[in-house]
Ligand binder design. Structure first.
Ligand code: PEP
Ligand code: MN
Length: 326
């Protein structure tokens, strides 16, 4: 349920009304937008007396939010959310933010070399996996804690903020001061225990859409994190599984438009995992930008042929340079 307040309602009035509402055992979430003030009600709103609330002279309207996602819902927060990964690196504003780097961190030379290249081409965030969720237990699993240290070194060498995937809630402490943004990968989009724990941190979360998950399920996963108190979420469309085999996944670009309509959270597109083929990455990156994506996540490797993970979809620094000139 959301309560739309009249223009010019004071903060004191909103606070007083919020306290009054919370007596019905729901959480009142006031949001002050540009020209709009809404109070979002989260929880079981069955007991809330709508007629009594309408008697408040400052209440313009009360609407029931049908969708199961509330905090992530644009009705709760009419303006776009801008999520700051690091000072000056804001996702959801006017500027398209490019996150780039190898699928996995392989060595100090590799990660620093790639970081410098992508930075020179305008990337604002360095990506790189330390813990890799692989389909086969015999595939390279990542450098783990050493990978985190190397990402941190690359950050020290370039000042680029770092995004890296977290797979286990028990790792949160060791990730905390080694990265600027936790990536929740497609395979963990519905790892609800992980989502709940991330909700108790204040770090930015890049939440990727699961391989076979609907847009609504993606938003419900965001809601899990937000319900814990962390509203710093960036959604990521990275392709979904369909019957098509020429590409690794099928890039659902319509998700960008639908997500922007349903939610205030910024949306990033990952054309690398979506296509699985390096030569398709550029056109899909440009298409993502054209349909309003707030950012791009692109895999770049100094030597894709010998990459330990996802070489086929990784761009060389020269190919990335070409995409960046786009
Ligand atoms: C990755 O970013 O390297 C990754 C594993 O992505 P996804 O979870 O989208 O497959
Ligand atoms: Mn990858």
């Amino acid at each position: 349920m959301i309560i739309i307040m009249k223009q010019g309602t004071t903060h004191e009035h909103v606070d007083e009304l919020s306290r009054h509402i919370e007596r019905w055992n729901v959480k009142a979430n006031p949001i002050y937008g540009e020209g709009t003030i809404v109070i979002g009600l989260v929880g079981d709103t069955g007991a809330v007396d709508k007629d009594a609330l309408m008697l408040d002279p400052q209440v313009e309207n009360i609407i029931k939010v049908q969708e199961p996602f509330k905090l992530a819902n644009r009705k709760f927060h009419p303006d776009n959310s801008v999520v700051e990964i690091a000072p000056g690196v804001a996702v959801g504003g006017k500027k398209l933010v490019v996150m780039a780097g190898p699928c996995s961190v392989e060595s100090e030379e590799q990660i620093i070399d790639v970081a410098k290249h992508v930075q020179a081409d305008g990337a604002a965030v360095l990506r790189g996996g330390a813990w890799k969720p692989r389909s086969s237990p015999y595939s390279f699993q990542g450098l783990k804690a050493e990978g985190l240290e190397l990402l941190h070194k690359a950050h020290e060498a370039t000042a680029l903020p770092v995004v890296t995937e977290i797979t286990n809630p028990a790792h949160i402490d060791i990730f905390m001061d080694k990265c600027d943004c936790f990536q929740v990968g497609a395979r963990n989009m519905q790892n609800f225990e992980l989502l709940k724990e991330l909700g108790h941190t204040n770090k930015v979360i890049l939440l990727k859409r699961g391989l076979a998950n609907t847009i609504k399920e993606l938003l419900m996963s965001a809601e899990y994190i937000m319900a814990g108190g962390n509203e710093n979420i960036i959604l990521c469309e990275r392709g979904i599984r369909t019957f098509e085999t020429y590409t690794r996944n099928t890039l659902d670009l319509s998700a960008v438009t639908v997500l922007h309509e349903l939610s205030h959270l910024p949306v990033v597109v990952d054309p690398s995992h979506a296509t699985g083929v390096a030569r398709y990455v550029k056109s899909m990156a440009l298409a993502a930008a054209a349909c309003g994506a707030d950012g791009l996540m692109i895999e770049v490797h100094n030597d894709p042929k010998h990459a330990k993970c996802d070489g086929a979809q990784s761009l060389t620094p020269a190919q990335f340079d070409d995409v960046a000139k786009g």
